[in-house]
Ligand binder design. Structure first.
Ligand SMILES: Cc1cc2nc3c(=O)[nH]c(=O)nc-3n(C[C@H](O)[C@H](O)[C@H](O)COP(=O)(O)O)c2cc1C
Length: 346
């Protein structure tokens, strides 16, 4: 992979440009011309949002790039996104990441620096950094770009699948098992944990110090199966599969409780070298909403690495009907092949 970072931006403000320049100081980079195909590159996507929360020129370019059949094969990305209001940075970043990822781009963990009006999102950082908010923003941009430049070592030795579904009826679990069978054929061996309904109580939101205290003792306020089984399995894992039926366009409550309760482990270790995939099935529509929620929670917030084409999505509205969908076995096989080739190349 070429070591110069490619920076993609269109019409950005002087303020955003100043943060970007600070971040890029002493980093080899080139500005993207908007024309060439990006393969095997480190890519920084810089977005300036309008009052509705969109960077129209960036979307226009991305739409044409993908429509022409171009991919981002072998690319790894990160995003800086600025809004003049306090809204939209996360949702725009999730959208861009989903589209780029579906076309082959991986993203580093903690892949996004958001800049909202008056730098309000950096106020929490002031508790640990005695700097002006603008300077904290500069530091975050630089740190993001340095992490994008650096090599990441990923392993696939320990794989774990988490689900909360019924073996007899669930489409999502059925689809996961198609992928899993192919993974086993290629020599990979994912462990599986069933989160029984109601066994993982949602995060209580303890004070930072309390959460740290429990974390240091490999525990959590509520204890239970999460502490005894799930957190140790996640800690050991290099790759995690999230098996997510679409419930009201979100991850179901049982799995969301697992994500919320990850906080205690997150305070003890970095997830940058762990990556995750998702199997998502909707009865009607909305799998992309679930995918974006996972990108937000696990990649942007918790810092897991996002491998290329991280999700397989389908529609099925009768028990196990997913198994009858045209091409579903081929799609499951393709996903398993991509996972196994990504594992062998890293
Ligand atoms: C509580 C609940 C909420 C659901 N919400 C949606 C929804 O918002 N959109 C949708 O397309 N399907 C929705 N579904 C249908 C599931 O996504 C569908 O059954 C799909 O096959 C995945 O679920 P399964 O793995 O349990 O089969 C919902 C199902 C349940 C039980």
């Amino acid at each position: 992979m070429q070591n110069k970072i490619v920076v993609i931006h269109f019409n950005i403000s002087d303020r955003l440009r100043a943060h970007l320049n600070y971040g890029l100081e002493s980093i080899p980079f080139e500005i993207y011309t908007g024309k060439e195909t990006l393969h095997q590159r480190k890519v920084l996507i810089v977005c300036e949002l309008n009052h509705l929360g969109y960077d129209m020129q960036l979307l226009q370019w991305l739409s044409e790039y993908i429509k022409k059949g171009n991919t981002f094969e072998g690319c790894t990305g990160a995003v800086i996104v600025k809004s003049d209001s306090e809204l939209y940075t996360k949702s725009f970043a999730q959208d861009v990441i989903l589209h780029c990822n579906a076309n082959g781009m991986a993203f580093i963990g903690h892949s996004v620096v958001e800049i909202v009006s008056d730098y309000q999102n950096f106020i929490t950082w002031k508790k640990i950094e005695s700097l002006e908010l603008e300077d904290i923003c500069n530091k975050q941009c630089r740190h993001l770009i340095e992490r994008l430049r650096d090599e990441i070592h990923l392993s696939c030795e320990h794989m774990l699948a988490l689900h909360a579904s019924s073996y007899k009826t669930s489409n999502t679990l059925g689809l996961w098992h198609l992928v899993k069978e192919r993974l086993i054929e290629s020599g990979l061996n994912p462990e599986e944990i069933h989160i029984e309904n109601g066994t993982v109580v949602d995060c209580k939101g303890c004070k930072f110090q309390t959460c740290m205290y429990f974390g240091e003792h490999h525990s959590c306020f509520y204890g239970g199966v999460m502490v005894e089984e799930v957190l140790p399995a996640i800690e050991k894992s290099d790759v995690i599969f999230w098996v997510c039926p679409n419930y009201n366009d979100t991850v179901s409550a049982n799995l969301l409780a697992v994500i919320n309760r990850l906080t205690v482990l997150y305070r003890q270790m970095s997830f940058h070298n762990k990556h995750f995939y998702a199997v998502i099935v909707s009865g009607n529509s909305g799998s992309d909403s679930v995918a974006k929620q996972l990108i937000g929670a696990l990649n942007i917030n918790k810092g897991f690495f996002l491998p290329p084409q991280f999700t397989i999505m389908a529609i099925a509205n009768e028990p196990l009907k997913v198994l009858e969908l045209k091409d579903i076995r081929k799609r499951a096989e393709d996903m398993a092949k991509k996972i196994s080739s990504f594992c062998h190349n890293n």
